[in-house]
Design a protein around this ligand. Structure first.
Ligand SMILES: C[S@@+](CC[C@H](N)C(=O)[O-])C[C@H]1O[C@@H](n2cnc3c(N)ncnc32)[C@H](O)[C@@H]1O
Length: 295
């Protein structure tokens, strides 16, 4: 299992890529129509990023409970929330077995969590158990195929820097091997339906981040740093390159396929590092899937 203990800086730098706060406000007010105080539990909360955003948007009197398996991140969350006026609690626990009674919360939510979990159905069942009848389950999850397809970099043919076919097979094979799924976002309506969640709907985050060569300011710097934290521009040593090729081969690709793909990835990273000439458009395309509990 992946260990998130040392990922506070990564989480802090990357969350802003995926979601516009005004879009979350739109969902709360116009789509979810939350008008009264609610008790929310966040599965795989990390340091409580979603709680920080939600608590400033939800009706007064709402509460936030964050659950995570990483003690480091839970402690960070406690430290951050201690200074804030929000009614909150953090629980160190696996998302499969949360020490809370049945039917306790109005909303169970998760952000970029089910994609990392080999048994998303079990976590969904736990989210349902502790949510009240008619309460909501919300899962905000990734679609790596879409992110790669949507990425635009000016001045170079996309086929020279992104091999969509290779990536599609790569993600399928990672899913087969690890049971985790970076493309779980668009599958969530079906996964929720098989877990008997009702009135399922889905939206896609409207966040698009832009870097323009001729426009340098704090916002652009922050987007650039966030993308760097997400792996863009990475410079691989020879050892790292051969490790990557071996890993692709373990996943069933030939050495030729793996090398050809890696050349494109290296080219993309080189172009990204040339900040002064970079014109890039990036969309995180996270699916917000939600439905209602009927017991
Ligand atoms: C990508 S991070 C997302 C964190 C947070 N939701 C956010 O948006 O910042 C995934 C989180 O899931 C947590 N996690 C992974 N497996 C878990 C499990 N089985 N039970 C509880 N938390 C888990 C990790 O510790 C990590 O904090």
């Amino acid at each position: 299992m992946e260990n998130w203990d040392d990922k506070f800086d990564y989480l802090k730098l990357t969350r802003s890529l995926y979601l516009n706060i005004d879009y979350l406000q739109f969902l709360i007010e116009k789509v979810w129509k939350i008008t009264k105080k609610v008790d929310v539990i966040d599965f795989g909360c990390g340091y409580g990023y979603l709680g920080l955003v939600l608590m400033s948007l939800l009706p007064n009197g709402s509460s936030y409970t964050g659950v995570d398996i990483s003690e480091e991140l839970i402690n960070k969350g406690k430290e951050i929330f201690k200074e804030l006026p929000f009614n909150h609690k953090f629980i160190l626990s696996s998302a499969n077995n949360v020490p809370e009674k049945d039917d306790t919360f109005d909303i169970a939510i998760c952000n970029s969590v089910l994609m990392h979990i080999p048994e998303p159905d079990a976590v969904l069942a736990e989210m349902k158990r502790i949510t009240k009848n008619d309460g909501m389950i919300i899962a905000c999850e990734s679609n790596w195929n879409a992110v790669n397809a949507l990425l635009y970099i000016d001045g170079i043919k996309k086929s020279k820097i992104t091999d969509l076919g290779f990536l599609q097979i790569l993600f399928e094979r990672i899913h087969e091997k690890t049971k985790t799924d970076g493309n779980i976002g668009m599958k969530m309506p079906v996964i929720m339906a098989r877990n008997n969640i009702k009135n399922i709907q889905a939206r896609i985050s409207d966040s698009v981040r832009i870097i323009l060569a001729d426009e340098k300011n704090e916002d652009q710097d922050s987007i650039y740093t966030s993308l760097q934290s997400d792996g863009f521009g990475e410079e691989l040593s020879d050892e790292q390159k051969s490790k990557k090729i071996n890993w692709f081969m373990e996943l069933g690709f030939s050495e030729e396929e793996a090398t050809k793909y890696l050349e494109k990835e290296i080219k993309l990273n080189e172009i990204f590092r040339n900040r002064d000439e970079l014109n890039l458009v990036y969309a995180a395309a996270m699916t917000f899937c939600f439905g209602y509990v009927s017991k």
